[in-house]
Write a protein that binds this ligand. Structure first.
Ligand code: CTP
Ligand code: MG
Length: 228
């Protein structure tokens, strides 16, 4: 089924520090380019809308042009939150497009198989999202002291791409903007405004590059496992 991709890439990467992580080179290729490349060969891919920081729209366009030529990408100025960046990008998706996938710019290791299963399920069930079961013991920490242990059964870590019917996710964002609700992902908006989302078992390699440890792991993965 044809789909459009939305990539929020307007963050500042404060936890990793330095150059915003979507522009950093991983094995010589910017993270954002690697992430978009992961979708290009998926059946049904029709185009991508990227939300870049308002001051980096020109730079992002130039970078994309140098890798993909004048292909089917569009860039919009993002907002102060991920949610606002996604909302603005959704506005730029062609109205005729039925299905939209929303994927973090900083998850470059997403596989073709995972994207295809998300597309397939969203087509049949309206909305789908990958997640992986929590593996470690979960415990609250306050002032460096352990508190309550949280039962991890049924707890999953949520990933992207998250797939929805374009009209439904746009309506969810408009509703949230009207009510002033700000949440961390699109599944939550959809669940609150439209209904249930199907969970697909994701892939631990599809992690979000967030801090220095994630960056080191990403470098090891692109180098084929060589650490020197
Ligand atoms: N993002 C965005 N607009 C924002 C904030 C985040 O488009 N105002 C994007 C990021 O570029 C990233 C994705 O949302 O692709 C996930 O966000 P996160 O990992 O939190 O990235 P940053 O916000 O850049 O990092 P940090 O929170 O450490 O500052
Ligand atoms: Mg952030």
């Amino acid at each position: 089924m044809p789909f459009h991709l939305v990539v929020p890439a307007a963050g500042s990467g404060s936890r990793l520090g330095g150059e915003p992580k979507q522009f950093r080179l991983l094995g010589g290729v910017p993270v954002l380019i690697r992430t978009i490349e992961a979708f290009l060969s998926v059946r049904g891919f029709e185009g991508v809308v990227i939300a870049a920081h308002a001051g980096q729209v020109g730079r992002t366009a130039e970078m994309l042009r140098s890798f993909f030529g004048d292909g089917s990408f569009e860039i919009v100025a993002g907002g102060d939150t991920r949610q606002e960046s996604v909302r603005r990008a959704l506005d730029a998706v062609p109205d005729a497009s039925e299905l939209v996938l929303i994927h973090d710019a900083v998850r470059p290791f997403v596989t073709n198989d995972l994207v295809e299963s998300i597309v397939d399920l969203a087509k049949r069930r309206g909305a789908a999202c990958p997640a992986v079961p929590v593996a470690d013991t979960l415990r609250r920490v306050l002032d460096n002291e352990f508190g309550e242990t949280i039962d991890r059964r049924n707890l999953w870590q949520v990933q992207t791409p998250q797939a929805f019917r374009l009209e439904a996710i746009r309506a969810s964002h408009e509703w949230a903007a009207r009510t002033g609700l700000i949440v961390t992902d699109d599944v939550e908006l959809y669940q609150r405004h439209v209904g249930p989302v199907v969970c697909v078992e994701g892939d631990r390699r599809n992690f979000k590059i967030t801090d220095a440890g994630d960056w080191e792991l990403a470098e090891i993965l692109v180098s084929g496992g060589k650490t020197t």
